[in-house]
Design a protein around this ligand. Structure first.
Ligand code: SAH
Ligand code: SF4
Length: 358
């Protein structure tokens, strides 16, 4: 009995992990026609039907066989909370007792979904709650697509519009998990998949420079967590800067801008007394001079024991005003969902905001 189960498990693949071409090749290897992949994709991603019995144009034999070669497994929601400002936070079970958080932020016509790509993160940025905990798991494409499907379905069921934008700004470093992240992006964007507009997907990276060309190739937008205006400051809060210093990172960004024709968003976390000095604003302006990009100023969201503090509002305004004066598009990110502990850098995948178990 056990052996049979094991054998079965090695053969069965999760449908949601398969970009279209991969599914087609897998089905072909199992002796099925390539168009079966199109049919399954259309049922699941266009008609949003996941029960094989209901897929009426599939032959009886094929339907009977699907069970032994494919499963339709999405991560389950184990907790849901909604903020007074409408922000929603979902906790998903990704197996082995591990969970990730997904945040949906409504703003006017937008429904932005902030998805997680990993449990924990090895980049170890000093100010980040997720980064306090070593990487425990890279999510599969299906576990990322599943976050989207679940929230999107719920929004639509509640009579709201569906998700309009997807940002990889939840837990984890997307470029440390290229297989899961770009697999998910393919499923989201491809004509045969969910047909989600390319420009409405943003990958945020702490600056894994070697893999930025993958973002360019995918057609997604690029956001870079700059967070420091010189190498000394940046290295002190983001260890990755020792490997890829600012000049190398900026060159990669410029290349992306040139090749994609898209702007880059530079995220800049303002940490009181660390990154919020006006000299930093001046350095930032120099760095971004002539670069097609915009700055997102993110006032630090405090979390216990971080040793960092949020900047004064006045300073954030002054910073913004200075950059705007230099002709740099600069936005302030307003804190959303902090009453449910869903703001940037507050995600740790644990229910009720208590400390993660290691
Ligand atoms: N790993 C990716 C994406 C996830 S972090 C990255 O680093 O870009 C998403 C954003 O939240 C990053 O810009 C990061 O700098 C910022 N961030 C992390 N912790 C934060 C905190 N406590 N307060 C405000 N922003 C934070
Ligand atoms: Fe990882 Fe991003 Fe947090 Fe840095 S800021 S530790 S890269 S999740």
């Amino acid at each position: 009995m056990h052996m049979q189960e094991d054998l079965k498990n090695t053969q069965v693949k999760n449908f949601f992990d398969q970009p279209h071409d991969q599914l087609r090749d897998y089905l072909k290897a199992k002796g099925h026609k390539a168009f079966r992949a199109d049919q399954l994709y259309s049922w699941v991603y266009k008609k949003r039907e996941e029960s094989v019995e209901s897929m009426t144009d599939l032959s009886k034999d094929f339907r009977a066989e699907i069970d032994s070669i494919l499963e339709f497994k999405r991560p389950e929601v184990v907790e849901f909370r909604q903020s007074v400002d409408g922000t929603q936070k979902y906790l998903f079970d990704v197996g082995e007792g591990k969970t990730v958080e997904t945040v949906m932020i409504p703003l006017k016509e937008r429904r932005t979904l902030c998805v997680s790509s990993e449990v924990g993160c090895n980049l170890g940025c000093k100010f980040c709650f997720t980064g306090k905990y070593k990487l425990k798991k890279r999510l599969s494409a299906g576990e990322i697509v599943g976050q989207f499907l679940e929230v999107n379905d719920r929004l639509i069921k509640a009579g709201d519009k569906g998700v309009t934008n997807v940002v990889f700004m939840g837990m984890g470093e997307p470029l440390d998990n290229p297989e899961g992240v770009f697999g998910a992006i393919e499923i989201l964007q491809k004509d045969k998949g969910l047909q989600f507009s390319r420009k409405r997907v943003t990958v945020s990276t702490s600056g894994l420079v070697d893999l930025i060309p993958l973002v360019t190739k995918s057609g997604a937008r690029l956001a870079v967590s700059l967070n420091g205006s010189n190498d000394e400051v940046r290295s002190s809060i983001m260890p990755i800067n020792k490997k890829y210093p600012i000049s190398v990172l900026m060159d990669a960004c410029k290349k992306h801008i040139e090749e994609s024709g898209q702007d880059v968003t530079f995220e800049y976390v303002m940490l009181k007394g660390v990154t919020d000095d006006m000299t930093h604003a001046r350095e930032l302006a120099k760095l971004l001079k002539g670069v097609n990009g915009m700055v997102n100023l993110i006032p630090f969201n405090e979390h216990p024991g971080s040793g960092f503090y949020k900047p004064d509002n006045k300073r954030v305004d002054e910073f913004q005003k200075y950059l705007l004066g230099k002709g740099i598009k600069t936005y302030k990110r307003t804190t959303r969902g902090d009453d449910i502990y869903a703001a940037c850098g507050q995600l740790n995948g644990v229910v009720k905001g208590n400390q993660p178990k290691n």
